[in-house]
Design a protein around this ligand. Structure first.
Ligand code: GLY
Length: 587
């Protein structure tokens, strides 16, 4: 896509700064310069309070301070990509469980003229990686090496990804976009209730890493709600990014500190790995579902491919006629999930290294074949002779942006597990991911516990590990409609699926589509998990009668999303009520 599409027109910048009525007067009078007017106030609505309706632009994220940072960038004339970058850096300070500069992720961008593109800033395996790197000295697979060690750290991608997005589609001054995060880290911010709980919960697992205890506690005591949390080392790292762009992270002081920590802990990342890291712009996955046009993330994420595959399968059924939340509805969802997760485990990996049959997997013809596998009266069987899957961490974060021109950005990024490897770079103040754990454990190693041993997603030098992240943008009749995505490990794809189905098949309004209870099936283990809101004897009995094993769980995902009301152009920000510090902000 031509980078010029990303640039906001001068008129839109004017619109962002001047109320509509005054702008009309100014233009009608033929004045060359707008009359200075007070900037509109940024409003925020917490996740527990419902949706935010804003006339111009909106941001929805896991943390109110970060949503406000993005809304201020928009209000001050930045476009949606600028705001997404500012929010991403701010979340690295305010939402450290998943917001990051030491991890990676994906961004889908839709321009006001309806073109879409995908930014891939997924972590890469270091040059020294190899398929047997998760084996211990006895040659046995070690979950600790794969997920809890310096070896589990992938080469971070976030800073390179944000810089690439900014170069191609941003309009604002880079330093202005990083500065709010610098200030939050340097001057501190009040700890919100969800963050206080989260920091208290993670502290014991940080004990092996003194720099993490230093950065994330008050001398070993958890921060409490309302404490002002200052992160001077992180502020210094962000200042280097503010002043030098990607070079302030992948070279110089920050790179040296990161590599020193790798050497201290026998990790694999070298200065060469950091210098070689490049984010990539890719063609997004495109699909349709009952009048909706869906754009999502291609490999190395499995998200967009599996999402479109499931939507294609489900399009063949009258879900609305079955009734939302009925056994029939959940059965058909679960059967589509079973099939798509089987194909995901078999075929999906980094397409720069492996031939992934995306076209076939996302075709309507293939979906028709797959529907023949689904018995409306009985659950399928996930064979243990086929591919098995690994239980996957559910910590990541998603945010959504729509600007005044109708440009939309959907970002999901992560450290893999909550707080990643728990390893903080001493002197750098930021956490390192443990994303190498998203590679398969070892060729041929499949277990009842759910390890997967297929070849495509094995660790190889510079390969990107398979992801489930599904940042997605939905249009209706060619017009921007919804920006969605979620954290949740392997549940991510199913969570996004259900929100899109709620919009397209059940015609739900945005708040209801996000709030509705969700389910998850991932081929193996062969069972459906239901959010507790669905607990009820009749439904469970009906699903069991169809042959499903049923389990229950707490909230599945947090879809911090944004929408446009086609009737009046209003922006609607929905912070998922499952997210404790989450908020939508806009103006
Ligand atoms: N680490 C979670 C994902 O990439 O899906």
């Amino acid at each position: 896509m031509n980078s010029a599409h990303g640039k906001s027109a001068g008129l839109s910048r004017l619109r962002a700064l001047v109320p509509a009525a005054l702008l009309a007067l100014v233009l009608a009078a033929g004045c060359a310069e707008p009359v200075p007017a007070p900037l509109p106030q940024v409003q925020a609505v917490h996740a527990s309070e419902g949706a935010l309706h804003a006339p111009h632009a909106v941001v929805s994220s896991a943390n109110e301070i970060s949503s406000r940072v993005g809304a201020e960038v928009l209000r001050d004339g930045g476009n949606a990509v600028d705001a997404a970058i500012a929010v991403g850096f701010a979340l690295a300070v305010t939402h450290p469980a998943a917001g990051n500069i030491g991890g990676g992720g994906f961004m889908i961008i839709r321009t006001p003229d309806g073109e879409s593109t995908a930014m891939d800033f997924r972590e890469k395996a270091p040059l020294a990686a190899h398929p047997e790197m998760f084996l211990d000295e006895e040659g046995e697979y070690s979950a600790d090496i794969r997920h809890r060690s310096h070896v589990s750290v992938g080469v971070p991608g976030t800073v390179a990804g944000f810089e690439l997005a900014h170069e191609r589609y941003g309009t604002g001054d880079w330093a202005r976009l990083v500065e709010p995060a610098v200030e939050l880290a340097r001057d501190g911010f009040p700890v919100m209730p969800g963050l206080a709980r989260s920091l208290a919960g993670v502290l014991s697992s940080m004990e092996p890493y003194p720099a993490s205890i230093d950065a994330f506690s008050k001398d070993g005591e958890p921060y409490e709600e309302g404490d002002v949390w200052v992160q001077p080392d992180l502020a210094a790292s962000l200042e280097r990014i503010r002043d030098q762009g990607r070079d302030g992270f992948y070279q110089g002081e920050t790179a040296r500190l990161l590599v020193d920590e790798m050497e201290r802990g026998d990790g694999l990342i070298t200065l060469e790995d950091l210098e070689r890291y490049e984010a990539v712009e890719r063609e997004p996955i495109q699909g349709t579902f009952r009048g909706l046009e869906v754009v999502s993330m291609p490999p190395p994420s499995s998200g967009g491919t599996a999402l479109v595959q499931m939507l294609n399968i489900l399009e063949g059924y009258d879900l609305a006629g079955m009734g939302h939340g009925s056994a029939a509805h959940l059965h058909h969802l679960a059967e589509a999930m079973r099939i798509a997760y089987r194909d995901r485990a078999t075929h999906l990996a980094d397409s720069d290294f492996w031939d992934v049959p995306v076209e076939r997997l996302t075709s309507k013809e293939y979906a028709e074949e797959l529907r023949a596998e689904i018995d409306p009266e009985a659950a399928g069987v996930s064979s243990v002779d086929d591919v098995e899957v690994t239980a996957e961490a559910e910590q990541t974060t998603h945010y959504s942006v729509i600007d005044a021109d109708g440009m939309a950005v959907s970002v999901t990024y992560t450290l893999e597990q909550s707080y990643g490897s728990r390893i903080t770079v001493p002197g750098g103040g930021f956490l390192l991911n443990n994303e190498m754990g998203d590679f398969n454990a070892r060729l041929g190693l499949t277990t009842e516990g759910g390890l997967i041993g297929t070849e495509p997603n094995l660790a190889r030098p510079e390969q990107r590990m398979l992801s489930s992240m599904t940042p997605t943008i939905v249009a209706r009749d060619g017009e921007l409609f919804a920006v969605v995505g979620t954290p949740g490990g392997r549940t991510i794809i199913n969570t996004v699926l259900q929100v899109v189905v709620n919009l397209g098949a059940f015609d739900m309004d945005p708040e209801a589509a996000v709030a509705a209870p969700r389910i998850h099936h991932q081929w193996l283990p062969d069972r459906i998990s239901l959010e507790r809101a669905l607990e009820g004897e009749a439904l469970v009995t009906a699903l069991e009668a169809l042959g499903h094993e049923v389990t229950f769980r707490g909230g599945q995902g947090t879809v911090h999303s944004a929408f446009i009301d086609a009737s009046n152009g209003e922006r609607i920000g929905v912070a998922d009520p499952r997210g404790s510090d989450a908020a939508a902000a806009g103006y």
